[in-house]
Design a protein around this ligand. Structure first.
Ligand code: C2E
Ligand code: CA
Ligand code: CA
Length: 572
């Protein structure tokens, strides 16, 4: 009975005579049984790197017209898992150095080889490669779950993609994020959070096949590679199965937790052929899934693609918009419901882009937020607003204030209040002329997470600047949250006021907000008033101030000034 260890060696050599010599030497080995194949074409050797069927590649440095160089470079690029030993010419130290530098495991002088030398070199090369891979794997592991990290995932994805391209098969990249993990982590503590992550990792392992691959790429973010996919629909059904499994009740650290997950899916070849692209698209799909609610699976779609392209396009233009003075700050009057007299304004930003004309803030503010450009843009808005107030002061119109919209990202930047204080001082303007509008969502998100947000809001008020809660009622809050915030004004969102009808859209909600605000000593402003009925009904509910097309759309500074100097005829 033969007990020799089997080692599969592929010899890449375009000279059949050389191949025969080496083959002969290897066959004489008493320690190993070598299974040998001969590869003579460069392209075949390249395929072997992508999908190796051997334990070691023995590569002749001179390959027909080329050298082993390109093959070694290729091997390194695709992270080939098989060791490569290069056969070099005698007396060529520079060549030896070069192949090692290019990632070869070892080199053998072609002239002096014998069976013992071949055996030893091959065995060492295989052992070294194994140790190297094991170490590398350890460095690319998430210590908590033992799963791979982002680096490893990208590498594995890269080689899977190469294989798919060759075999014409598909694959899917899944981005998964736990819903509300932060809440659990914060309320039950990190050790419980860690236990939950371990449980999730186990559940993921139980759902996917051996050939698939999971990594943990962030706190509660996992990526899953579904290899060898037959049908795009299979990716979705696997994602749904994962979401289902995750949402089973989890007994962790003495708590019964109900967690859920959202997943974004990107497919090869449909959504891209590079790891970075697929990851980016799965991430965008995940973002969309989250937007749709909890426990959702979303595929990257042509719609999302269009959105992405639009974003990239806007982003490009936005970077120049400030220097090119393409922003304009309009003012929309706020008026007393009783007599429609203007009592103040809200500053609303417009972008006049050179190629696409006027772009709505609804389209560019989200991009400005994503790219961080909102910070300088927000500073420009504030400066412009203060410049308007300065002009009105000069004209003796100091009783009119202006409200500016402040993005959550401006607050999170941590420099907003300092900047505000500095600008007020620099321009000699009293804080009382200014209001800051912050959306309800910002308050809810920031308030519990970040004590700084609370401190910042108090500091803003100490400057005499009023705080308005914008878009009230559209967040996931309930009225009871209202009392938590140090705010002076509540703005009823326009979706409760106007739609394609003459009447007030949600009179009950409007009534509740007015009653609640009154009991807390807050002012109420109703947005989006378009008809006389809406104005009347709001007045009947006890609301006193409004904003909307009924009296005026946002107008230029000059137009607003004219409105103040020459009041419009009474619309009563
Ligand atoms: P918002 O703060 O809720 O502003 C009110 C929006 O309602 C404005 O849209 C305004 O033009 C529109 N509007 C006013 N009256 C009526 C009406 O009677 N009916 C209807 N249907 N709509 C009315 P706009 O100017 O397109 O701004 C959209 C959003 O963009 C704003 O919503 C605000 O969230 C954001 N935004 C605007 N300017 C700035 C800014 O300088 N900074 C930041 N961070 N966000 C801004
Ligand atoms: Ca607003
Ligand atoms: Ca609003």
């Amino acid at each position: 009975m033969e007990k020799r260890e089997v080692i599969r060696v592929h010899i890449v050599d375009d000279d059949p005579a050389d191949f025969l010599i080496i083959d002969e030497l290897l066959q004489q080995s008493a320690r190993f049984r070598f299974e040998i194949s001969h590869i003579s074409a460069w392209e075949d050797a390249r395929q072997e790197l992508i999908d190796p069927q051997c334990d070691l590649l023995l590569l002749d440095y001179f390959l027909g017209k080329g050298t082993a160089r390109d093959l070694l470079i290729e091997a390194r690029k695709i992270h080939c898992s098989v060791p490569i030993v290069v056969l070099t010419g005698v007396e060529s130290v520079t060549l030896d150095d070069e192949v090692i530098e290019l990632g070869a495991s070892d080199f053998l002088p072609k002239d002096g080889i014998n069976t013992a030398l071949l055996e030893r070199t091959i065995r060492h090369a295989i052992q070294h490669k194994r140790a190297e891979l094991a170490l590398e794997k350890m460095a690319k592991r998430d210590p908590l779950t033992g799963l791979g990290n982002r680096l490893l995932f990208e590498e594995i994805l890269e080689s899977s993609l190469a294989r798919c391209k060759r075999s014409g098969t598909r694959l899917a990249v899944l981005f998964m994020d736990l819903d509300r993990f932060k809440e659990i982590n914060d309320s039950l503590g990190h050790p419980t959070g860690d236990l939950l992550l371990l449980l999730i990792a186990d559940r993921l392992r139980s759902v996917i096949r051996q050939s698939d691959y999971i990594a943990r790429i962030g706190g509660d973010e996992f990526t899953i590679l579904i290899d060898d996919l037959h049908d795009a629909a299979d990716a979705l059904s696997i994602a749904r199965k994962i979401v289902q499994t995750i949402s089973l009740p989890s007994a962790v650290g003495g708590h019964d937790l109900n967690v859920s997950a959202s997943i974004g899916v990107a497919l090869f070849p449909e959504n891209g052929d590079a790891p970075i692209k697929l990851m980016q698209k799965a991430d965008i799909a995940l973002y969309e899934a989250k937007r749709l609610g909890l426990n959702k699976v979303q595929c990257f779609t042509s719609n999302l693609q269009t959105q992405l392209e639009k974003h990239l396009h806007i982003e490009k233009g936005l970077r120049r918009a400030l220097e090119a003075s393409q922003f304009e700050l309009l003012l929309q009057p706020k008026w007393s419901l009783a007599d429609c007299k203007v009592i103040g304004f809200e500053a609303l930003l417009r972008w006049r882009s050179e190629n696409d004309g006027l772009i709505s803030p609804q389209d560019f503010i989200p991009v400005a937020e994503k790219t961080g450009l909102i910070v300088p843009v927000g500073e420009w808005v504030l400066r412009q607003t203060l410049a308007y107030l300065e002009r009105w002061n000069e004209l003796g119109l100091c009783q009119y204030g202006i409200a500016v919209n402040v993005s959550p990202l401006q607050l999170k930047s941590g420099q907003f209040v300092d900047m505000l204080q500095h600008l007020l001082q620099e321009m000699g303007i009293a804080g009382e002329g200014l209001e800051v509008e912050i959306t309800e969502e910002t308050l809810l998100d920031g308030y519990e997470e970040d004590p700084r947000v609370q401190r910042d809001l108090s500091r803003i008020r100490e400057l005499g600047v009023k705080i308005a809660i914008d878009d009230f009622g559209t967040g996931y809050s309930s009225l009871r949250y209202l009392r938590q915030f140090p705010a002076d004004i509540v703005k009823i969102d326009k979706s409760f006021v106007s739609a394609d009808q003459e009447d007030l859209v949600e009179p009950e909600i409007c009534r509740a907000v007015v009653t609640m605000a009154e009991s807390l000593g807050m002012e109420v402003i109703a947005e989006g008033i378009e008809t006389q009925q809406q104005r009347q009904q709001l007045m009947d509910l006890g609301c006193r101030v409004g904003q909307g097309y009924l009296v005026s759309p946002p107008v230029s500074f000059d137009e607003a000034t004219r409105l103040l100097l020459v009041p419009a005829p009474d619309k009563n």
